[in-house]
Design a protein around this ligand. Structure first.
Ligand code: SF4
Ligand code: SF4
Length: 411
């Protein structure tokens, strides 16, 4: 079903009109749409201006949130713009959600936001059967195009075919049965680090076949040996908290650098300034078990494969190794958020519900929509979640059953 210019992942989605995508995050909107919507009288919906200036990336305006909800979301979780002016009048970002695109070497790769419960539960129509809608969204909102060359790291360039081959190998390891998702991600990171080492030593011919089957097993076996040696646990309590029980920074310098230097330099500074809250939350989180199996391995596996194939992190503007490491870091974020969810619900160990909530929240907070590309990952995590229990609670509050009215029905 793949064609030349559009690749859609194996995923299901049908809007359940739950209203979640109208809460906690704010859709950006262009000046023309703002002017058109201002011509309508919204005084019965709420007080004040429905729009505010957007100081971040994207369009110049955004929809104003009132108590964490879009100005236009009514008490029954219906969109007032949709009810009063029709589907087409809504901002483009609302009509596109949860679909996003990244364009790499002339191909647009679609991916879905796991903040949407239909996506995280993999319920609804296969996305590949919704090509017309996907193409219409792509035409309207476009794809974040990757400009420069594809790169393994800062210095080593890749062709599109090489990137495809590496993607297949990484996906294969993320889907490798018999181990936890953390171990599979660690194996993928180890393979990339080994590939980089060989390319540096041998030149580009080392990429041509990537690593042979035997070489891949050898690298992964060495990674497993390192883990079995318990060095991940020795990495320290803060790292263990972020990385879960069995996902360490690895013996490879790049990972150690990423987790160690970035975490401590960027993460601890804001945490120190909010020490009291941070300490209390860390103590509570430290008591919650997050041992593999995590409660929902299938969801985590699907999530990471989806992100790899969506190209935002593999072949986007970040070099491939950096992009994959950000996904490994997302695993750490999910482990913290799942613990937060367990604490919020009074459980001493995470369950499948906690993992699902954590994946949804991680996608909203750091991976897709918010700030990962504009702010250091751990600074965002700590500022927004660890130091803000109220936001964490809001994050895990149940949105409620789907409303019968298909508020966001696709045209
Ligand atoms: S099911 Fe529909 S309303 Fe709910 S988050 Fe997904 S797109 Fe938004
Ligand atoms: S769909 Fe309507 S209620 Fe939801 S974010 Fe968009 S404008 Fe707001």
């Amino acid at each position: 079903m793949r064609d030349e210019t559009l690749r859609l992942p194996e995923a299901r989605f049908s809007c359940q009109s739950c209203g979640r995508c109208c809460t906690l995050w704010s859709v950006t909107i262009d000046a023309t749409k703002v002017a058109a919507l201002r011509r309508h009288d919204w005084s019965h919906v709420g007080r004040g201006d429905p729009f505010e200036r957007n100081r971040g990336p994207g369009e110049p305006y955004r929809l104003r949130l009132v108590d964490g909800r879009c100005f236009f979301l009514d008490a029954d979780r219906r969109c007032c713009i949709h009810s009063e002016l029709g589907y087409e009048a809504k901002p483009e970002g609302c009509k596109a959600f949860p679909l996003h695109f990244t364009s790499v070497a002339g191909t647009s790769y679609g991916r879905l936001s796991f903040y949407c419960p239909s996506v995280s539960a993999n319920q609804g129509r296969p996305l590949r059967e919704q090509q017309r809608w996907a193409r219409a969204v792509l035409k309207r909102v476009g794809a974040g195009a990757h400009q420069g060359p594809l790169r393994l790291n800062r210095t080593i360039e890749l062709t599109s075919a090489e990137l495809d081959r590496i993607e297949r190998q990484l996906v294969r390891w993320v889907e490798q049965p018999g181990t936890s998702v953390a171990q599979r991600l660690g194996a993928g990171a180890a393979l990339l680090a080994e590939l980089e080492r060989r390319v540096t030593e041998q030149g580009k011919r080392a990429v041509a076949g990537c690593l042979s089957e035997a070489e891949q097993w050898d690298v992964v076996a060495r990674y497993a040996e390192w883990q079995a040696g318990g060095r991940a646990a020795q990495a320290g309590p803060v790292l263990s908290l972020f990385l879960g029980a069995d996902c360490g920074p690895g013996p490879w310098p790049r990972l150690a650098h990423f987790f160690g230097v970035r975490l401590f330099q960027l993460g601890l500074a804001p945490l120190r300034s909010r020490l009291m809250q941070g300490r209390a939350w860390r103590r509570q989180l430290g008591r919650v078990a997050f041992d593999p199996p995590l409660g929902d391995e299938a969801l985590l596996q699907r999530y990471f494969v989806h992100k790899l194939q969506g190209r935002r992190h593999l072949g986007g503007d970040t070099p491939l190794i950096g992009g994959f490491n950000l996904l490994v870091a997302a695993y750490g974020v999910i482990s913290v958020l799942a613990r937060l969810s367990a604490v919020h619900h009074g459980r001493s160990a995470v369950d499948a519900h906690d993992v699902a909530s954590a994946v949804q929240a991680a996608d909203l907070l750091v991976v897709e929509h918010a700030t990962m590309l504009h702010k250091p990952l751990f600074a965002v995590l700590i500022e927004r979640v660890l130091a803000s229990p109220s936001l964490a609670r809001a994050m895990f509050a149940r949105v409620g059953p789907a409303h019968a009215d298909a508020k966001l029905d696709r045209a």
